[in-house]
Design a protein around this ligand. Structure first.
Ligand SMILES: Cc1cc2nc3c(=O)[nH]c(=O)nc-3n(C[C@H](O)[C@H](O)[C@H](O)COP(=O)(O)OP(=O)(O)OC[C@H]3O[C@@H](n4cnc5c(N)ncnc54)[C@H](O)[C@@H]3O)c2cc1C
Length: 390
């Protein structure tokens, strides 16, 4: 009689281990920030798991669409400059380890039409702030008046009142490649990865966190929620309005034959009016046929699930007429492709890194407001450090 009872007990203990595998650290959301954090955590010797609701890199979050600008004199805040500089080092380290090219240095320009003061991402006087941070943080740059700028880059019809900041070490990142490469490296280092597996609920279980998703339940000593716009799913109702979900559209426009060699152009951003939407940015041509250009929009759609993911011909036409026509030369008026993405925006456009209310071993991170990708590598490194410290 004793033996079957012992076997039953042993079976139950084993089963409970099966049902609740325990990890040191679980990262929920493997986009820009989550993949960078998991990569760094995978070197810590801890048992780590990364979970995503889709299969990253994917096109449902904030980290798709071919390219992201990276720049060092970050007008959003001087304290971000060190983060951007460290991220450049990390991208280079990853490139050396894998042979994958994530970052391309093209130089970058920030244009100011010079007619009205304008802010960006919560920072008034964005152009002046950028110049001032470049000087104080020793970022290599040059200031050009409108004439000398247009002589060098004839595609930009900058007003005579305008001026340009040119940063030599700016360029673009390949977001999908960055995420994929960091997840592959994390996997090689022993991190476990669960894809297509949305986390449904977190709760306390003694000192640990119980994580529930459709694959079952697991325990973690510490958790990072890097779920992008879905961060709202983990917050109480009173906290949700802190994060606005703002639809953004990227457009690819066809190059006019022979006019300008867009493959040799820098990345660029242009503020031309007082409204936050009076802003465009773009990239050199990656295929020699098209150029990607975006603007910004700050209408709150409340949740990623409510986004209109379709771009109509009227919307494309309006983009050309209101944002590009007359400003950028050497492009045809036809938009050949458009992609919807979204920003997760806070009031002051700064990142949020804090414990989840009532759960001190769960950290939330939101690399917000349209300027997070360039910082994600260094941010991931810092988060990994915080999560591995006792
Ligand atoms: C159009 C556009 C242009 C931009 N341009 C620039 C730029 O030029 N330079 C720059 O530095 N930044 C730029 N940004 C901002 C930058 O891309 C974002 O700040 C950054 O990509 C956000 O990364 P993230 O990890 O926070 O979110 P995401 O990359 O969206 O990752 C969140 C992940 O969490 C997963 N997830 C969500 N809920 C769950 C759940 N319940 N369970 C498991 N997984 C979950 C999602 O599937 C997703 O993979 C731009 C953003 C957009 C949209």
């Amino acid at each position: 009689m004793r033996q079957p009872l012992f076997c039953l007990l042993a079976y139950l203990v084993l089963m409970s281990k099966e049902i609740y595998p325990k990890y040191d650290i679980v990262v929920i959301g493997l986009g820009a920030v989550g993949s960078a954090t998991l990569f760094k955590l995978s070197k810590s010797g801890k048992r780590v798991l990364g979970i995503d609701r889709f299969e990253p890199p994917h096109t449902m979050g904030s980290s798709h669409g071919e390219s992201r600008i990276t720049r060092l004199a970050v007008g959003e805040g001087e304290d971000y400059v060190a983060l951007a500089k460290r991220s450049h080092q990390i991208w280079k380290e990853i490139e050396a380890e894998t042979g994958v090219q994530i970052m391309t240095t093209t130089s970058g320009v920030l244009l100011d039409s010079g007619m009205q003061p304008w802010g960006k991402h919560g920072s008034e006087g964005f152009w002046q702030r950028t110049v001032s941070f470049a000087k104080s943080q020793e970022v290599k740059h040059e200031i050009l008046d409108s004439n000398s700028f247009r002589a060098r880059f004839p595609a930009f019809n900058l007003e005579p009142t305008g001026h340009a900041y040119l940063e030599f070490d700016a360029g673009y990142l390949r977001p999908e490649l960055a995420i994929q490469t960091q997840l592959e490296l994390a996997g090689k280092n022993g991190a476990e990865l669960w894809f297509n597996s949305p986390v449904e609920e977190l709760s306390k279980s003694g000192k640990d966190v119980l994580i529930r998703n459709e694959k079952g339940e697991i325990l973690a000593k510490k958790v990072l929620i890097s779920a992008g716009g879905w961060i709202k799913d983990f917050l109480p109702d009173s906290e949700k309005p802190r994060f606005q979900i703002c639809r953004q559209v990227l457009h690819w426009l066809e190059i006019e034959n022979g006019a300008i060699d867009w493959t040799k152009y820098p990345v660029w951003m242009w503020g031309f009016g007082a409204n936050p939407e009076d802003f465009i940015y773009g990239f050199p041509s990656l295929d020699g046929k098209t150029v990607k250009i975006g603007s910004e929009s700050f209408i709150d759609d409340e949740h990623p699930d409510f986004l209109n993911r379709i771009v109509s011909a009227e919307e494309q036409d309006l983009f050309w007429k209101e944002k590009v026509n007359g400003k950028i030369l050497g492009l045809k008026p036809n938009v050949v492709q458009s992609v919807v993405c979204f920003y997760t925006v806070t009031k002051d456009a700064r990142f949020v890194i804090e414990p989840l209310d009532g759960m001190p071993n769960v950290m939330i991170v939101s690399a917000c407001s349209g300027h997070g990708f360039k910082h994600s590598a260094a941010l991931g490194e810092q988060l990994a450090k915080m999560l591995t410290e006792e």
